[in-house]
Ligand binder design. Structure first.
Ligand code: ATP
Length: 321
């Protein structure tokens, strides 16, 4: 363990009955760092968050918050700000009353409570709505307030489970700004997200979990570069009734698809685009009408995820012909 780590996870294992949900996971998060936890459903992300927040006793391994070993079940609210995925607000209290409640619960001193609450309301730009009851706020306002409830005690470690689930782009951006600001002020942030674009834009490093194992841990761009080098991803979308000639041509070039039913074929290659188009269309007669779209893009985290887990990702790409 390095002296500067805000969070250290050391050889963590969690076994439910005989099922291994986390298998020998080790990682560290530095103060000021935003770490994204990624993985398909059932990968072990929630189990990891429950272990970090002391709500679950690991089968083996250790967790240190700063340099203090975590004892499961003990209250760590003062140093950990945990925002679960589902909103945990009191619907019949106002925004200010909710934040006052969470501030008191997390050990903010009596005279500091109004100061911290006003700061938090300002940070989430809800000062003028502080008197509004939660059940009368929009979904985006509730989501920001939910996050503010974890920030009001100024925790050194923020643990956020899908903090932007279900919000529009504007709210998402303001939540990202809020998270970045807290990181710049020195908080370590662990964030679970299914939004890989979000992870790419927000996280300094990402940890990729699959079937309870840590498959990769690196900066997003490093992970993409290490996995794909300088290759691009070519995607060919075909009509549903695929002519045999096109089927054979795609296979000959090296295109693959995820299932026999899929009409989307992809190829990772560093061939120049014009050469690939030439291979695809050369001497092709009528079968070319069966090609609905050809597109190319630089691989991203979505493709890294697919590479490590086989989990299907969207294939939004830039059409080229
Ligand atoms: N309380 C439990 N008892 C038994 N098995 C569990 C329990 N909680 C989770 N699991 C199993 O452990 C594995 C990891 O689950 P976990 O909820 O941590 O995954 P996840 O990555 O958070 O998934 P999702 O993205 O769907 O929320 C899964 O196979 C799940 O079925």
């Amino acid at each position: 363990m390095t002296a500067t780590a805000a969070l250290t996870i050391d050889q963590l294992r969690v076994v439910y009955d005989s099922h291994s949900a986390l298998d020998d996971v080790s990682l560290q998060v530095r103060p000021g760092e935003i770490l994204g936890i990624l993985g398909p459903n059932g990968a072990g992300k929630s189990t990891l968050l429950r272990a970090i927040t002391g709500k679950l006793r690991p089968t083996s391994g250790k967790i240190f918050i700063a340099e203090r070993a975590l004892s499961p079940g003990k209250a760590y609210q003062h140093s950990i700000g945990f925002a679960p995925q589902f909103l945990g607000l009191y619907r019949y209290l106002t925004g200010r009353e909710n934040l006052e409640f969470f501030a008191r619960c997390t050990g903010v001193s009596r005279h500091q409570v109004p100061i911290r609450v006003s700061q938090a309301l300002e940070e989430i730009e809800l000062t003028d709505k502080a008197h509004v009851r939660v059940d009368q706020m929009s979904g985006g306002m509730q989501r920001r307030l939910h996050l503010a409830a974890t920030l009001v005690s100024h925790p050194s470690l923020l643990v956020l489970d899908e903090p932007t689930a279900g919000v529009d782009l504007g709210v998402r951006m303001s939540i990202h700004d809020l998270i970045r600001r807290r990181a710049e002020q020195g908080a370590a942030v662990v964030i679970v997200t299914h939004e890989l674009d979000e992870a790419e834009a927000l996280c300094h490093r990402v940890a990729l979990l699959h079937q309870g194992q840590l498959k990769a841990l690196a900066e997003p761009q490093t992970l993409v570069q290490e996995t794909f080098g300088n290759s691009q991803l070519f995607v060919v979308r075909t009509v549903h009734m695929l002519p045999l000639a096109l089927y054979e041509r795609l296979q000959e070039i090296g295109f693959r698809r995820d299932s026999d039913e899929s009409n989307e074929w992809w190829l990772q290659s560093d061939l120049p685009l014009d050469m690939l188009i030439d291979h695809l269309y050369r001497d092709f007669g009528g079968a070319r009408d069966a090609i609905a779209e050809v597109s190319v893009r630089r691989p991203g985290l979505k493709d890294v995820m697919q590479h490590f887990t086989g989990a299907r990702t969207d294939s939004a790409a830039e059409p080229v012909s």
